[in-house]
Design a protein around this ligand. Structure first.
Ligand code: FAD
Ligand code: MLT
Ligand code: ZN
Length: 471
């Protein structure tokens, strides 16, 4: 292995090949549940250097785990425990290469942190609309490799819909320059869409050309209370009819999820959660004046109250207040971490089935494990729930997981399947769900995925064991 490390050092510089010191930040998953061990961490500074690293590893038969911000929630961005994998961090490839205001596109390197990209675009009056709770650390490459969702999907789509072109280093170390800003290009198989969502298993994304939008003139945010998931779905339908594409976000948060934010972050002052089964966060953006948009938005909420869909609502009076409401929503994940280990499910369902799914699955869970607590929240507008399961009060979370995790996953995923949903809506598969996927994915689709993997990465060196289980 020393020859490989020597080779890597001469390709990208000794300072950027880390073999010693504390590598925990690269080796531990975001939730702190698993730690791997890398042969070394490489930090290339350019696409050519990524290509050199991949070529050297291919020659040595050593596998590579790409890593952006390491905020992934399915254990896909850390090495396994063999001590034999090279971890390739894109941290140093963080430049916004070019903003084209007339074409409404930006070309950016894979390691650019999402929030930095948003800010660079905003400085030119433009919007890159992808928005996630992890945006202060996650990267463009990680977003595309997981086809990230977040809180603006309702209006702008997932990361996939926001991407026009890619630059990729293939598993052989070749550089594919597909950095096009074209909105129409029917010249054969869509290679871009194959790499998006492939979680580093087919190649390494080094840069991307992404869609931009004009910054909206008006932005309104409301926090409303509903008695049931059914009522939340009714509110969604009403808001979609009245606001059309102006409805940019629609999040639902269960009472227990909000109680965790209240418990662990009392300064946030979570509104209206105590007496209501669910709260909903709605966002409306528009290109008309703030006053005009506010009138229409408030009218929707008034209608919802008149029809007993919501019981109460507050509309943010300022951008700062709106940010506070979003901060509460985005803090549920951290509040859960504070509360202790839990079982995460990132699922999607047809919106028309969500209320029945929650009612039935909640009942079955409560019967199987009395006292179990549901941290149910998510992007209701996209049919995406984070249907997480926490140990009953007073039960040690570690013992709970050891005893019940497999059975709970089966119970929840079987129910998702029965309601024609997906076991991974936006976080991906990683290694966490690689063994579960074959039970729920169409076998022909899985066989095609294996053939694509075999064709593009015949040595199985690109993030092996992620998405597709090790054979
Ligand atoms: P990493 O975690 O570093 O990597 C993720 C995967 O992509 C790994 O398989 C890795 O090998 C691969 N990869 C990374 N970079 C590259 C590259 N350049 N080329 C090829 N493969 C690569 N996700 C959502 O979808 N919606 C949310 O709302 C959301 N909210 C979150 C909130 C919090 C608080 C946290 C901690 C996570 C959240 N996530 C969410 C999950 C996570 O932030 C996203 O999946 C994000 O896109 C990962 O980006 P990253 O740069 O951290 O990627
Ligand atoms: C969210 O919507 O907050 C994220 O997907 C993170 C999570 O599921 O915990
Ligand atoms: Zn989410």
């Amino acid at each position: 292995m020393n020859t490989l490390i020597d080779q890597l050092q001469s390709s990208i510089g000794q300072a950027h090949v880390l073999t010693q010191g504390n590598l925990e930040a690269f080796e531990k998953d975001w939730r702190g549940r698993i730690r791997g061990r890398a042969l070394c961490v490489v930090r290339p500074g350019s696409t050519a250097e990524v290509a050199a690293v991949v070529k050297a590893c291919a020659l040595a038969g050593v596998s590579i785990v790409p890593q952006g911000g390491n905020t992934g929630l399915v254990v896909g961005s850390i090495p396994d425990d063999s001590g034999q994998q090279v971890l390739l961090s894109t941290q140093r490839m963080n430049q916004v290469r070019h903003i084209d205001p007339a074409n409404l596109t930006v070309t950016v390197e894979a390691g650019c942190v999402l929030q930095q990209l948003q800010q660079s675009c905003a400085e030119q009056g433009l919007l890159y609309p992808l928005s996630l709770g992890s945006e202060g650390s996650c990267t463009v490459g990680g977003n595309l490799s997981t086809n990230a969702g977040g809180t603006q999907v309702l209006r702008y789509g997932n990361a996939r819909e926001l991407c026009l072109g890619l630059e990729v280093v293939t598993a052989q170390g070749d550089i594919w320059n597909g950095l096009t800003g074209l909105r129409k290009d029917n010249t054969g198989y869509d290679l871009r869409d194959m790499y998006i969502g492939s979680e580093g298993t087919l190649g390494i994304i080094t840069a991307a050309t992404l869609k931009l939008y004009p910054q909206p003139a008006a932005q309104l945010t409301a926090w409303a209370t509903v008695a049931s998931v059914e009522a939340a779905v009714q509110l969604l339908g009403l808001a979609q009819r009245e606001l059309g594409a102006g409805l940019t976000g629609f999040e639902m948060m269960g009472q227990f999820a909000l109680s965790l934010v209240d418990k662990h972050f009392p300064d946030m002052q979570v509104p209206l959660w105590r007496d209501n089964a669910y709260c909903v966060l709605l966002e409306n953006t528009d290109n008309e004046s703030q006053e005009h948009a506010r009138g229409r938005f408030e009218h929707v909420l008034e209608q919802a109250i008149a029809h007993n869909i919501i019981s109460d609502a507050v509309v943010a009076e300022s951008v700062a207040q709106a940010r506070k409401l979003w901060h509460i929503r985005e803090s549920i994940t951290l509040a859960q971490v504070q509360e202790g280990l839990n079982i995460k499910h990132d699922i999607s369902l047809p919106i028309s089935s969500i209320a029945d799914f929650v009612a039935q699955t909640e009942k079955t869970l409560a019967k199987a494990i009395p006292g179990v607590r549901l941290v149910n929240f998510g992007h209701l507008g996209d049919g995406n729930l984070h249907f997480n399961v926490q140990a009953p009060e007073g039960v040690d979370p570690a013992v709970f997981l050891q005893t019940h995790e497999d059975a709970i996953n089966t119970l929840v995923y079987d129910s998702v399947k029965a309601f024609e949903g997906s076991i991974s809506a936006e976080h991906g598969v990683g290694s966490l769900k690689a063994n579960t996927l074959p039970h729920y994915k169409d076998p022909v689709a899985l066989a095609l995925m294996r053939r694509i993997k075999q064709a593009l990465d015949p040595q199985n060196l690109m993030n092996p064991g992620r998405v597709l289980e090790r054979s």
